[in-house]
Write a protein that binds this ligand. Sequence first.
Ligand SMILES: [Zn+2]
Length: 181
Amino acid sequence: MKRVFCPKCDHQITFDEKKYEDGQVVPMVCPACASQFKIKIGRKVVRNKTGEEKEVREADFSCGSIVVIENAFAFKQELPLAMGENVVGRRNKDTDGVNVEIITSDPSMGRKHCVITVKENKEGGLDYFLRDFPSLTGTFLRNELLGDRETVRLEDGDVITLGATTFILRTAGSKHEEENL
Ligand SMILES: [Zn+2]
């Protein structure tokens, strides 16, 4: 499965790329704003109705991901992590330096709220660490507030809360139930 972002409203759309051939142009309709646009399979660029091209961020889950639980402010979304520091926060087009952008209207989540660091360990696996960015409302792991400058190690399935928003860590190689997204 692949994900694309609506060029108009940034809604995340999931589709099965295996149904299409490489190079095929697929028309999409955003379920959130009904905007129509096209994507070309195998390319990272979409073209909208006015002919404007926009890069599509394809999700790569090889370094793990976070699964944001649906709430009053956001729909359920899975966002990939990368090696090194991942700054997690509320998506805002004007904020740079955020790698993991949660699309939400949650006012208690900072634009830069916490940092998840992904490091390779001696066994060739990946270790995950969490710290507060720092944020105004703090970062909670399993309902416990992280201290100033505290860095904690994360395990698969850990529950992290930023403001009114909760997400779950999926480490690399953990099973995804894509159909449930
Ligand atoms: Zn849209």
